[in-house]
Design a protein around this ligand. Structure first.
Ligand code: FAD
Ligand code: FES
Length: 260
């Protein structure tokens, strides 16, 4: 884990309140694994005081990219930073997705900003399991929120899109798309990140077809280091810190009865 001030190379709006932030951070770039995150000091002062957790969207060539959506004060402040400025970073943190052969089909299931860790994951799967079929199941409320599709297309990732308003892809929830699309007679794995109801709904879909699944959980985080206990979740084996034990867990690990 590194603590550093990273130069902003560029920051690009991607639509629907999403931003792509590219940072010079060679140590983080070379150590990061898909599904890990960094804690970002969003301003050059202490307002807001706490760093914000953001997944590594992509890494390589001494750089990391973060894809985030503006939802409040911290992400709003970060979106106003620009080229040549520096941001404080802590990371890479947490346990990421496990990628190992044999793998015939990887189903990347993303809801909204949950697409953020999926590009780095797709890139890693391409490297570790070159013959694997990669499918991105990506759901959002509207078509405008289905961001960064071209980056996945460049990695030859197949797309299955769903929107709640039907403006792009299939009308409905992304979990309905996953159900009926996957075969259980090959080495298939599900990797998911998105809102809790989406992750919870994936449980029966994966179980019906006996597909192993890993999910990245979100929780409010103050420290990202296992100190504040702000991110504790109940799992079937007791309590876990999302920041240190996760954010990626096997789908059947969280106690979904106490999650919404
Ligand atoms: C491990 C991890 C990785 C993440 N990766 C990304 C990412 O790559 N891209 C991205 O856009 N977002 C990501 N998030 C969510 C992101 O950290 C929050 O959206 C951000 O901290 C909000 O800060 P804010 O000051 O803008 O909003 P705030 O003013 O703090 O909050 C605005 C709203 O967002 C909710 N919120 C804030 N933090 C969280 C959280 N951690 N989980 C769920 N709801 C929250 C609040 O309850 C409130 O309703 C991640 C969260 C975690 C835990
Ligand atoms: S965020 Fe502080 S213990 Fe996890």
């Amino acid at each position: 884990m590194f603590s550093l001030e990273a130069n902003i190379i560029r920051q690009t709006p991607c639509g629907a309140g999403f931003y792509l932030l590219e940072l010079e951070a060679p140590d983080v770039s070379s150590r990061a694994a898909p599904g890990q995150f960094v804690m970002v000091r969003v301003g050059d002062d202490y307002d807001p005081l706490l760093r914000r957790p953001l997944s590594v969207h992509d890494a390589g060539d001494g750089r990391i990219r973060l894809l985030y959506r503006v939802v409040g004060k911290g992400t709003g402040r970060l979106s106003r930073r620009g080229e040549g400025e520096r941001v404080g970073l802590l990371g890479p943190l947490g346990n990421g997705f496990e990628v190992r052969p044999p793998l015939d089909t990887a189903a990347l299931v993303a809801g909204g900003r949950g697409v953020a860790p999926m590009l780095f994951l797709a890139r890693r799967i391409r490297r570790e399991c070159p013959s694997a079929r990669l499918i991105l199941f990506f759901g959002a409320r509207t078509g405008e929120e289905l961001v960064r599709l071209e980056a996945f297309e460049n990695l030859n990732v197949e797309m299955r899109l769903a929107t709640e308003d039907g403006s792009k892809g299939t009308k409905g929830l992304v979990t309905q798309l996953v159900r009926g699309s996957l075969l259980s007679d090959a080495e298939v794995r599900i990797y998911a990140c998105g809102p809790m109801p989406m992750l919870k709904a994936l449980g029966p879909v994966a179980a019906e077809q006996s597909i192993p699944a890993q999910v990245s959980l979100e929780a409010h985080m103050s420290c990202g280091l296992g100190v504040c206990r702000g991110c504790v979740v109940k799992t079937k084996n007791g309590y876990a810190h999302v920041c240190q034990d996760g954010p990626v867990f096997p789908l059947d690990a969280p106690d979904w009865e106490v999650r919404t």
